[in-house]
Design a protein around this ligand. Structure first.
Ligand code: TPP
Length: 642
């Protein structure tokens, strides 16, 4: 649904329009931009609190910088709605995150102002540094390169790696640390405490304004101005912060902390910093959800609240007449606590997704056994490996897409040592409106080629519980369990635990025409397809494979002996996934059969609702039905011909 912009905002299509306004108008423009975000997100959905928190920063940056010549990189990109609106996408903003609409994240193909595609965190400093070094090389020394990174994203290893490198490159890079003390959940770790120390240090902040004053007078200090200012700053900051400033130690000149909601002051500071060459870091203090009281108060809930009534703040729930099946993540969260009560060795690990994964249930119930380690997937995996090396059974819950970050750790630290780490890969398959950066497309393929790894996926909540129960037993080795975003299919899911034999599939229905082999939740689409087909007199058999590794070879021998047509269905990449595993089995065992592999094709699939994307790729119930119908018809045709 399209919404109307305020009088000033309506005149701004690009930053060049913004620059026509006087500085005194910027506060009003910020208010209108904030209102436009509230109006649109309340009716269309999307990320919320983070964009509200950087409204002033966004306006100031586009007011001061010469974008897109000056290059602005947003970390994660979930906070870039204001940026999108000011850079040519105000009129299409109502299509944000909708199938075939604009992306919810900066995306190079969408706009020249989106200098770098993002979605995963902690990449902005590396990317901006690469741009800055390229500019240097090309002689474009007047070009500014700015990375805006949150205090949450700053906990990611890549950010530290980039700071370490950036400090010794003599490049024009400004890192803006958007410090709101929040990740999606409250931020964690020692860095967070360090930043709070700086922000609350009274003595340091008294001198902060004096440093700013010196900076503005920089040109009055003659040819050695920069050196003199550097020395003054170093002495003051080093002395007052007792330990030396962390960023300064990495050779970034540190400025701030400043109020990230004072747009006029931001404009002044950014203008000053433009004249200072080399690596710099500006520490801005902001409030996540700024300007929308409920979002300021409950920042986790309003990170991405769904549709809501902007006046009352009531978050809209989908109306259903039937009781809703639970989310898979909640089945995981509750089941883990049940298992941990039975097995004292179980521990829980999440890299910054306590609410998203529902590990927060265990963190609350057993705080000494469940850990949020920050946005640090690699560390989460090796930390889990360390726990497992001491006899613990860690459940390391990482979204399928973010696990891509920790692939080496899965192999090097877990699989080679055959450690009992249970990987629970949430948001596996299409993630929906977050789009390609977030789709969990690859885990079946990337896990199945790792020796010692068990690769499984439940078709419903009860299977998830039983796989978790199975995985936590002695000497199971590395065990991965993937499940999708959203709700399962069973309301009565809290059933007694049953061990599942590793590598054992189950038959959903017997049949004669075609065999459908599915893995995971998408098998429920196959169930719907079979019901429809039965009413047409077509009776495919359907098997829930449960495991991609080890495969149920006994079952596959039966299938290849009985059926000439096999369809594999997975909400994962067809290249290297379950279908590929079945093809390999067929070739290795000398069978010949017509196989159709349904899954995510070898191209980037954009954003949309999960069912829209399943349909686009032909593996929703309708797609499966059509595939069976085609095979059944060709079978009938062949029969007539012979
Ligand atoms: C590698 C990776 N892990 C996890 C996430 C999920 N995630 C998205 S935003 C976010 C919190 C970011 O916090 P911060 O950088 O402080 O930004 P804020 O929302 O507070 O503005 C997390 C954990 C991600 N995008 N990328």
């Amino acid at each position: 649904m399209e919404v109307k912009a305020g009088e000033f905002l309506e005149q701004i299509n690009y930053p060049s329009d913004l620059k026509k306004f006087e500085e005194k108008d910027l506060v009003r423009i910020c208010n209108e931009l904030r209102q436009f975000i509230v109006d649109t997100v309340s009716v269309n959905g999307g990320h919320f609190g983070s964009s509200l928190g950087v409204v002033e920063l966004t306006v100031a940056l586009h007011y001061v910088l010469n974008t897109p010549y000056d290059q602005l990189v947003w970390d994660v990109g979930h906070q870039a709605y204001g940026h999108k609106i000011l850079t040519g996408r105000r009129n299409s903003f109502h299509t944000n995150r909708i199938h075939h609409g604009i992306s919810g994240f900066p995306k190079r193909a969408e706009s020249e102002y989106d200098t770098f595609g993002v979605g995963h965190s902690s990449t902005s400093i590396s990317a901006a540094l690469g741009m800055a070094v390229a500019s240097n090389y090309k002689g474009e020394t007047d070009r500014q390169h700015v990375a805006v990174i949150g205090d949450g994203a700053m906990t990611g290893g890549m950010a530290f790696e980039a700071l370490n490198h950036g400090g010794i490159e003599n490049s024009n890079i400004l890192v803006i640390l958007n410090d709101n003390c929040m990740s999606i959940d409250p931020n964690v770790g020692a860095l967070k405490e360090y930043l709070t120390d700086i922000t609350t240090s009274k003595s340091y902040n008294r001198f902060r304004d004096d440093i700013s004053y010196v900076l503005t007078k920089i040109s009055d200090l003659g040819p050695n101005a920069h050196e003199i200012v550097k020395k003054i700053e170093k002495t003051i900051k080093g002395g007052l912060l007792k330990k030396s400033n962390f960023f300064e130690a990495l050779k970034f000149r540190y400025f701030g902390p400043i109020d990230g909601h004072d747009v006029k002051h931001l404009v002044k500071v950014l203008n000053d910093l433009k004249d200072i060459p080399g690596p710099k870091l500006l520490h801005c203090i902001t409030v996540k959800g700024k300007g929308y009281a409920l979002a300021e108060k409950d920042q986790t809930k309003w990170h991405s609240p769904g549709l809501f009534d902007k006046i009352t703040g009531e978050i809209k729930k989908t109306a259903t007449d039937k009781p809703l099946a639970p989310k898979y993540q909640d089945v995981f969260g509750n089941t883990l606590v049940e298992l941990a009560e039975m097995n004292q060795k179980i521990m829980g690990v999440t890299p910054a997704m306590p609410s998203g994964s529902s590990l927060n249930i265990m963190m609350k119930a057993m705080p000494d056994r469940a850990f949020d380690v920050g946005i640090a997937e690699q560390h989460a995996v090796t930390f889990s490996a360390g726990l497992a090396s001491q006899g613990m059974v860690p459940f390391c819950n990482i979204y399928s897409t973010f696990m891509q970050r920790a692939y080496d750790q899965v192999i090097h630290d877990v699989a080679i040592q055959k450690l009992n780490v249970v990987f629970c890969l949430d948001r596996a398959g299409f993630a929906g409106s977050d789009g390609p950066t977030h789709h969990g497309a690859y885990d079946l393929a990337y896990m199945r080629c790792i020796p010692n790894m068990t690769v499984s996926a439940p078709m419903n909540e009860e299977e998830l519980r039983n796989l978790m129960f199975t995985a936590q037993q002695e000497n199971m080795g590395p065990f991965s369990i993937r499940y999708p975003r959203g709700n399962g299919v069973m309301t009565d899911w809290r059933r007694p635990f049953k061990e599942i034999e590793v590598g054992k599939a189950r038959m959903i229905c017997d049949g004669e025409d075609v065999a459908i082999l599915s893995i995971g939740h998408i098998g429920n689409e196959a169930v719907k397809a079979c019901l429809e087909l039965n009413s047409e007199g077509i009776h495919p058999a359907h098997y829930d494979m449960r495991f991609v590794k080890p495969l149920d070879e006994t079952l596959l021998h039966q299938v290849f002996k009985k059926f000439k047509y096999v369809i594999t269905v997975e909400d994962g990449c067809v290249q290297g996934g379950m279908g590929s595993a079945v093809l390999e089995f067929m070739a290795d065992n000398g069978y010949s059969c017509n196989i159709v592999r349904l899954g995510i094709p070898d191209r980037i699939i954009e954003h949309g609702e999960q069912p829209e994307l399943w349909a686009e790729c032909g593996f929703d119930a309708v797609g499966i039905m059509k595939t069976v119908q085609k095979l059944a018809v060709s079978r009938a045709t062949k029969a007539i011909a012979s």
